[in-house]
Design a protein around this ligand. Structure first.
Ligand code: ADP
Ligand code: MG
Length: 633
């Protein structure tokens, strides 16, 4: 070892000192121990594997599910003069080959991979020949089926042990409950438990959860009052646009963001917000991963997130600079029901899955005992309509069928094409007149979708093929040529939506579905939804109940959340009312009417409530309808 950890930190990053726990985690890794590090988002997890990897000879393999972050981190390292590479989907096989070779023979210090890559023998064999100094597992909660973000490919990680039995693992995550912490270590085969946990307490955050029928009005008032930069989260892509408009109409500069926008547009919006050219970004949960903006003063949720894990991360983007900031949830009573409904449709029951399979085979006329290997073009919307099945449960049933090896779906089934006009109504009309061949399609699009001039819409080519009575391929061709003429922008899904039957058709009653897996996943999701609902309804302290959810049992009241403020206000009020009662009764006994009427603090109801309390505690006495002060007090 030539340089100590602090010198490396200073030399490559120019940071003066370590953040809490970074040094301890680095030491643990350096002594060759498998380590699990739990630091909140923004706590500086990357440094924990980057520094030890630089202290040792050889290469560090970093597994992370987030391709965008992967590229970011690699660029970041390269900028600091460190050799780092990444393999991500979309790379040509030859490119992958060369990159892996460089890791075996070159001076590369970091190789970033998505967990899916570990399925590939080619990748695994090359890793065998690399001089690996550390396996870093970022977003490690993904390995646990109890985690909110379980990803089966993460289970491949344990097999890396076979390649390099002596190389330590460093698993990193921002959110993990006790069950997940145990599970991560078990799945990665830690010989002994070794966990570093930084408290999730963020004492500059004043958490609020407010029941409000007029969410828009309240949101605008809150933003005006708080000032500064912020995020508004909603579930639905279309709403991002609508709400950004409402804010703009109220004099608040804002823009919208969701995963359906093309990459460059997303980057441009994100930059504008990062540089404070706009104040508020209205976004789906696609926004914010890896973003480190210090001066975010509020994060407002207009819909309930489906877990506290997700909420903690999103809310935690506020107040990174340590100054006071406000994560606010605005909710209505039926929002809780919406969460429960979503849960319900995500987990269709076994008979429904079997039924969907049966119809699917009928739909494609697959004979019993045959069908393995058959690939068909598959439009899930048409299928669901034909058999009168609800769409979302069908999609989820397909996922479970895929998981149990009955079929596979191409990406396009779940990631549809997108479309948007690039010209306005008047210009479009001219096009319709000028090019007759587009007329029908354009009309059909305008009739089917609203907002197609402002926003990308999800477009189903099959639907238009059906409506217009022309082949699927023809629809695609027309859409592409509209793009060629710069009339529209068309982002076709990567391939035609297809379905492959992997096994011969069986009687649906004999269809094996892993119901234990489904039940467990359902339980996890249900616990999470209940956690969220509990947070909304809790009546002590928001910060405390969040921390408790993450296993921190002894947290005190934060004194700044809405619940603490209400409690403190009530306690103050109680003390004031008590004092007034004392003064009044010491001047002479009074009946209830005169006593209550003579007080100045609180509502009448509240005053009577306190008087009752005082009576119960025998601080005051009631005799012949007259109240008097009990001189003992
Ligand atoms: P996490 O993965 O835990 O969310 P990151 O590793 O992305 O966090 O780090 C968050 C930010 O903190 C980055 O901008 C990083 O450069 C910075 N950072 C990390 N460690 C330190 C340190 N010791 N001193 C100053 N800044 C740091
Ligand atoms: Mg990170």
């Amino acid at each position: 070892m030539t340089l100590d950890s602090l010198s490396i930190l200073r030399q490559y990053w120019g940071f003066e000192s370590f953040r809490p726990l970074q040094e301890e985690i680095i030491q643990s890794v350096m002594s060759g121990k498998d380590t699990l590090a739990l630091l909140p988002t923004g706590g500086g997890k990357s440094i924990c594997f980057q520094v030890p990897a630089l202290m040792k000879e050889g290469i560090c393999i970093v597994v992370t599910p987030l391709i965008a972050l992967m590229k970011d981190q690699v660029e970041h390292l390269q900028k600091n003069g460190i050799q780092a590479v990444a393999i991500y989907s979309g790379m040509k096989k030859r490119e992958v080959d060369i990159t892996l070779d460089n890791c075996v023979y070159g001076q590369i210090k970091f190789l970033y991979l998505s967990p899916e890559r570990l399925y590939s023998d080619l990748v695994r064999e090359r890793i065998r020949y690399m001089k690996v100094n550390l396996f870093a597992v970022d977003e490690a909660h993904c390995i646990s089926q109890w985690g909110y973000d379980f990803r089966p490919p993460y289970l491949e990680l344990a097999r890396l042990r076979e390649l390099h039995p002596d190389v330590p693992f460093l698993a990193l995550t921002a959110t993990a409950t006790e069950r997940v912490i145990a599970d991560i270590q078990r799945k990665l085969g830690f010989p002994a438990s070794n966990v570093f946990v930084k408290s999730f307490l963020r004492d500059n955050l004043a958490y609020m959860a407010i029941e409000e029928e007029d969410k828009m009005g309240r949101m605008v008032r809150i933003i005006h009052k708080l000032g500064g930069s912020g995020i508004v989260y909603v579930r639905n892509r279309r709403e991002t646009l609508e709400i950004a408009r409402i804010l703009i109409n109220n004099g608040i500069s804002s823009d919208y963001y969701h995963a359906g926008l093309p990459g460059p547009e997303r980057d441009q919006k994100q930059d504008a917000w990062m540089n404070n050219n706009i104040r508020v970004i209205v976004a789906t949960n696609a926004f914010g991963m890896g973003i480190d903006k210090p001066d975010v003063r509020f994060v407002i949720h207009l819909d309930l997130p489906d877990s506290l894990e997700a909420y903690y991360q999103e809310a935690g983007r506020a107040g990174r600079d340590g100054k006071k900031a406000y994560p606010v949830i605005l909710y209505q009573k039926n929002d809780e029901q919406k969460l429960l409904d979503t849960l319900q449709v995500s987990f269709p029951d076994i008979p429904f899955i079997q039924q969907s399979y049966h119809y699917l085979c009928n739909h494609f006329q697959i004979p019993y005992g045959a069908g393995a290997g058959i690939t068909v073009d598959f439009d899930v919307v048409t299928f669901a309509k034909k058999y009168q099945l609800p769409l979302v449960p069908v999609m989820n049933a397909l996922k479970f069928l895929e998981r149990d090896g009955w079929l596979t779906l191409s990406e396009a089934v779940t990631i549809p094409s997108r479309f948007k006009f690039e010209i306005d109504h008047t210009e479009l009309y001219k096009v319709q007149v000028q090019y007759a061949k587009y007329d029908k399609l354009i009309k059909a699009i305008l009739r089917t979708y609203g907002g197609v001039f402002e926003n990308y819409i999800l477009i189903n080519e099959y639907e238009f093929a059906n409506k217009l009575g022309i082949p699927y391929a023809k629809v695609v061709e027309l859409l592409k040529s509209l793009e060629g003429l710069e009339i529209a922008s068309y982002l076709p899904s990567t391939d035609a939506p297809q379905l492959t039957f992997l096994q011969n058709r069986v009687d649906y009653k004999h269809l094996h579905i892993d119901h234990v897996f489904i039940r467990e996943r359902h339980q996890v999701k249900e616990d999470q939804v209940n956690g969220m609902i509990g947070y909304i309804e809790k009546s002590h302290c928001r910060s405390q109940s969040l921390l408790l959810y993450f296993g921190e049992k002894n947290a005190g009241f934060c004194q700044v959340c809405d619940l603490c403020l209400i409690r403190n206000h009530q306690e103050n009020q109680r003390a004031k009312i008590k004092q007034e009662v004392k003064v009044s009764l010491l001047a002479g006994p009074k009946n209830l009417h005169d006593l209550v009427g003579g007080l100045t603090v609180g509502s009448e109801k509240r005053r009577i409530e306190i008087i009752r309390e005082l009576l119960d505690a025998e601080v005051i006495r009631l005799e012949a309808n007259l109240y008097s002060w009990n001189t003992l007090f």
